[in-house]
Design a protein around this ligand. Structure first.
Ligand SMILES: [Fe+2]
Ligand SMILES: [Fe+2]
Length: 297
């Protein structure tokens, strides 16, 4: 298997700080309405997505840790791995809190969490052992795209994540996904991962994620079918073309991952990161520690 070219250290991501912040708010979601106002169909999609994160992010951390030795001689990336692990641990915790609240409100986050746990365990046990980091690198490509869409496209953010208790959590999580979007990919490359395993990881993640979302979202909507009114369906149909989470451009961007030579930095999101670091300064704690991407800076 041919290793991908070593990732040049002058890429934007090689210089990036990966600070670990604590979210200053608790996602105390109101039960007065669906989490997407008037729209149980998109609400169930969001609950299904949120249920991915606790076990999903624990899996990302386990995959990256498995190859920690491969970055021992790259101090910048080693420091970024530390930041990545810290950020994902905080996300996992915040989504556990959110998911527990969603379960109280009747969403099926407990069942979904178990399903994701089983999927992640299965991928961690697959051979070759490098497949898990390749699946993680692909999953981070998806979370990076979700993050970019949420932060850069206001209608998507307001329609899908507009509830007061959810928006800060989503924006904080999205900002940090952009900050560390290169890490799993660079660890995969450092561990000797070549194009075939990159593609295999992408197909494992895409199949698992698409299958999970289709089944869990569909099942949740079906189970709540008696609560869904004609007005709810009209709201979903109004929301659908205005959001970009499920859209043709999103899937086109997702499949750019398969281009030989792809790197997460191919899309420059540094201006977006800078904007949201300022925007969220009051929402998330001052960094306790930071992983400096550049040892020389
Ligand atoms: Fe995360
Ligand atoms: Fe992530």
């Amino acid at each position: 298997m041919t290793a991908l070219e070593a990732v040049p250290t002058n890429r934007p991501s090689a210089q990036r700080d990966i600070p670990v912040r604590r979210l200053g708010t608790t996602p105390d979601v109101s039960g007065d309405d669906w989490i997407v106002a008037g729209d149980p169909i998109f609400s169930h999609l969001l609950a299904s997505l949120s249920a991915v994160f606790p076990n999903g992010e624990d899996f990302f951390v386990a995959s990256v840790r498995r190859h920690r030795d491969a970055v021992a001689d790259q101090p910048e990336l080693k420091a970024q791995v530390k930041g990545f692990i810290g950020q994902e641990a905080m996300h996992s915790r915040a989504h556990r809190t959110l998911n527990a609240r969603l379960a109280e409100l009747g969403y099926n986050t407990v069942r979904a969490d178990k399903t994701i746990g089983r999927i992640c365990s299965a991928i961690l046990g697959m051979r070759p052992k490098r497949l898990a980091i390749a699946a993680t690198a692909a999953a981070e490509h998806y979370t990076g795209l979700l993050a970019e869409t949420a932060l850069d496209h206001e209608p998507t953010r307001k329609i899908l994540f507009g509830q007061e208790a959810i928006e800060p959590l989503i924006c904080w999580h999205a900002l940090e996904e952009l900050e560390h979007k290169n890490v799993a990919f660079d660890v995969m490359v450092a561990s000797g991962g070549g194009y075939p395993i990159t593609v295999a990881g992408f197909f494992v993640t895409t199949t698992a994620l698409a299958g999970y979302i289709a089944v869990e979202w569909g099942r949740s909507v079906f189970e709540d079918r008696h609560k869904i009114t004609a007005a709810n369906v009209r709201q979903f149909l109004r929301n659908f073309p205005r959001q970009r989470l499920i859209s043709v451009p999103f899937f086109v961007d997702a499949f750019k991952y398969l281009r030989p030579g792809f790197h997460p930095d191919d899309t420059d999101t540094d201006a977006l990161i800078e904007h949201w670091r300022i925007e969220l300064a009051d929402v998330a704690d001052t960094p306790k520690r930071s992983a400096k991407g550049s040892a020389s800076s």
